[in-house]
Design a protein around this ligand. Structure first.
Ligand SMILES: Nc1ncnc2c1ncn2[C@@H]1O[C@H](COP(=O)(O)OP(=O)(O)OP(=O)(O)O)[C@@H](O)[C@H]1O
Length: 756
């Protein structure tokens, strides 16, 4: 792997002195929460004491308790910033920052409050606005803003070369997790770091590690020269993530003369071996391949200074426990190596080994993290664990309606940007990618070379829809992903947090739509544990989607050259005179065809099935069980009509049952009810609250899940109609300005493969 350019920028003495002073000031600022100035003063004193004790203790033993940095440091900076801000002239800026700590309700769009309040992207926004407003004061104002910003890159012990590299990437200010942990890592502590998805955890370890090795405490013991043993080891759960993190080390390490290599499976050994032989500073990779290199005698970890477990919880969950233990165990003198763990979701064992219930993971934590490790937790006990800059939406949809619905969700919610669709199985990912125009699949059964081509095509915008399994759930940072669709609720809350977190990154907003089958899905646990308050919507109606498509088609038509008119004019005149339609009506049809529509079908509210209508059944008394509701229907309907209903659900108030009826049967249901005493059937315009199929809780209406199965419903859903072919095409790849004519409906009865 690239390596390179060798010139170690040394810090001047003056620079070092300045930095020392700043460091001292920052250490005084480890504060837990934003409270009154008085309580902050008290905390500063307390923290000073902690820091002194800490230094003393580190000389004596490593046996003292863990320390939690929490969000103190960045919050103190925020306080300083707020005070300084009062002095500022630009009231516009004040207004923006005064929207500080606000609700973290998931559906809040607009500025991502949680991030903004902590300074994410804040400084650059301010600069732009100030420059717009005060043109002739531009330079002075920018300097003033930087001075006011306690997270400005210049306030940290970051050398010029790295500062310039950061600047070239548009980074002039550290994100909170980076600001909070920089000194701790630079000065040598083990650290556990947690911040929500997309908040910059990668640079939180990349920057201090590189600085420590080139200008800080780790410099003295860093190996140099041909065949040097690595100083840094970063372990990650997936190949794609390993490549991405390696790319960050590569970009920033290059400017400091550092070399590295990325080791992951599915790629040839030979080139990896060559790089290791020549010697590298940094090794980034997945546990399996790194273990292989160890066993082949290619890596020597005796000089390691840093080891990082990124997405540690996932790595252990995926069954890499033994490999991770073996790899970490290769360091002989653990007192000389710093261990860092980062993730948006940290299991309890990482934070507190003593209360862990998982013996294996607790063993890893206690064996490899020093007991005086620090914890920087920006999520902490806050309710909201998922990204707060995303709209979190749930939408009922039976599995057989998915392929028809997804293109319309993309049209309505992707804002023309990229979409990632998550499926539970590889088979399902492949099948869905096949039927969605302009989509590609990414999962573990695809050859590594193809995986790389696919991901780079998605990154570069060659195609805008990626259908993936969990291989893409963790860590991937792809520009302009506006929409995440999860085809069903994932098995655990962590998966939900990471998958949805592929959008709304670095202070941007995004939308995460989770589909659920009202007959069998349960997302209440995810809602409870993630702290997300889901926004409930029903399927976009084709009529609405078609309106948007019509506008696009009209735009396209204005771009057609007048040169076509003579050739098509006589056919148009013929059509106008014979069709019996007006010119406008004919033009509307032409636009519909250009947009890929031959007809508009309605969609049910409950299962999103085409040509189905959602109705509410009431029987003049409470309906506690589906079997009672079915028996009511049987009083006035033939068996085959009863069997044809879909998505049977009980209402939350226990008074009724909601289900989908094929549009052609609706009349039979409505006239039938008139002959049944106390029975009413009404067509719904909006879904009422429904009972959750909450298996974990059971309860009066919960019915322990799967109640529809009692009615032999298992076959109904899996053998659904599949929408009869859907509309013809109508899905556009907006980025390419193309309208596809492909048909993607009609795959009813699809089982979506086995979970793997
Ligand atoms: N200080 C910064 N200023 C501006 N952008 C930044 C800064 N730090 C990181 N970023 C950008 O933020 C994005 C998210 O960063 P990163 O991938 O490290 O997030 P993460 O917290 O690791 O997310 P996840 O939990 O999903 O892995 C990246 O595009 C990165 O370049």
């Amino acid at each position: 792997m690239p390596s390179i350019a060798i010139a170690e920028p040394l810090l001047s003495e003056g620079f070092k002195d300045k930095k020392k002073k700043e460091k001292k000031m920052k250490n005084n600022a480890l504060l837990k929460t934003i409270e009154t100035d008085d309580s902050i003063d008290k905390k500063i004193k307390k923290e000073k004491k902690v820091i002194k004790t800490e230094k003393k203790n580190s000389k004596i033993s490593e046996s003292e308790s863990e320390e939690e940095l929490s969000s103190q440091d960045s919050e103190q900076r925020w306080m300083e910033k707020k005070k300084a801000k009062k002095k500022r002239k630009a009231s516009e800026v004040d207004e923006e920052d005064d929207e500080e700590v606000q609700s973290e309700t998931s559906s809040e769009l607009g500025e991502p409050i949680g991030l903004k309040s902590m300074g994410v992207n804040g400084s650059s926004v301010k600069k732009l606005k100030l420059m717009d407003t005060f043109d002739d004061e531009e330079e002075e104002t920018v300097v003033a803003v930087e001075a006011d910003n306690p997270n400005a890159v210049s306030k940290f012990r970051i050398s010029k070369a790295l500062r310039e590299q950061l600047k070239s990437k548009g980074i002039e200010s550290l994100f909170p997790i980076q600001a909070m942990t920089f000194d701790t890592i630079f000065d040598g502590s083990d650290l556990v770091g947690r911040a929500r998805t997309g908040q910059g955890k990668t640079l939180a370890f990349v920057l201090p590690i590189l600085e420590s090795l080139t200008n800080g405490p780790a410099k003295a013991s860093r190996k140099t020269g041909y065949g040097k043993a690595p100083s840094v080891l970063v372990l990650l759960p997936t190949r794609e993530l390993a490549k991405q993190v390696f790319a960050e080390f590569e970009v920033y390490g290059k400017s400091l003369g550092m070399t590295g290599c990325c080791l992951y499976g599915g790629s040839p050994y030979h080139s990896q071996e060559l790089k290791l032989k020549r010697g590298v500073d940094i090794v980034v990779g997945t546990p399996g391949r790194i273990k292989d290199h160890i066993e082949r005698g290619n890596i020597d970890f005796s000089s390691l200074k840093f080891r990082v477990l990124d997405e540690a919880d996932e790595m252990l969950r995926m069954g890499f426990v033994e490999d991770v233990e073996l790899i970490l165990g290769k360091v002989e003198d653990v007192s000389k190596v710093q261990t860092l763990l980062f993730s948006a979701t940290l299991p309890v064992w990482v934070k507190n080994v003593s209360i862990s219930t998982n013996v294996v993971t607790a063993r890893i934590a206690s064996r490899f993290l020093k007991r005086d490790k620090k914890t920087a937790d920006l999520v902490g006990n806050e309710k909201m664990k998922a990204s707060a800059s995303i709209r979190h939406i749930v939408l009922p949809c039976s599995s057989s309606a998915r392929s028809q619905l997804i293109p319309d969700i993309i049209r309505c919610y992707s804002s023309g940007g990229r979409t990632i669709i998550f499926t539970e199985t590889k088979d399902c990912a492949s099948k869905l990618a096949e039927i969605l125009p302009g989509a590609r699949a990414l999962h573990g059964d695809i050859q590594q070379a193809q995986r790389e081509v696919t991901l780079s095509g998605f990154r570069s915008g060659k195609f805008m829809i990626l259908v993936a399994t969990n291989v893409a759930a963790r860590g991937l940072d792809i520009n302009d992903v506006q929409l995440i669709i999860q085809c069903e609720p994932p098995r655990d809350v962590e998966a939900y947090i990471h998958r949805s977190g592929r959008t709304g990154r670095a202070g941007n907003t995004g939308v995460a739509v989770m589909l659920y089958d009202p007959r069998k899905s349960n997302f209440s646990r995810i809602e409870r544990e993630s702290g997300v308050k889901f926004e409930h919507i029903s399927a976009p109606q084709q009529a609405d989607v078609a309106k948007a498509a019509g506008v696009e088609a009209a735009e396209m038509i204005t771009q057609v050259s007048d040169s076509v008119i003579p050739s098509f004019k006589s056919a148009a005149e013929e059509l106008l005179s014979t069709s019996g339609l007006s010119a406008v009506e004919l033009l509307a049809k032409a636009l519909a065809k250009a947009a890929g529509y031959n007809e508009i079908k309605s969609r049910s509210l409950l299962t999103s099935m085409e040509n189905h209508v959602t109705v509410l059944l009431e029987a003049g008394r409470a309906i506690y069980t589906p079997s009672f509701a079915y028996s009511v229907l049987r009083r006035f309907l033939p068996e085959e009509k009863v069997e044809a209903v879909k998505g049977f659900s009980l209402t939350a108030d226990g008074k009724g049952a909601v289900f989908d009826v094929p549009a052609e049967d609706l009349e039979t249901f409505l006239t039938g009810q008139e002959n049944a005493a106390n029975v009413s059937i009404d067509v719904l315009k909006a879904l009422p609250s429904l009972q959750e199929k909450d298996q974990s809780r059971g309860g009066r209406f919960g019915s322990g899940g799967g109640f529809a199965d009692r009615r032999g419903g298992g076959g109904r859903f899996s053998g659904g109609r599949g929408g009869g072919g859907g509309r013809n095409g109508g899905f556009s790849d907006r980025r390419n300005g193309r309208f596809s004519n492909g048909s993607y409906g009609g795959r009813g009865g699809n089982k979506w493969g086995n979970r793997t």
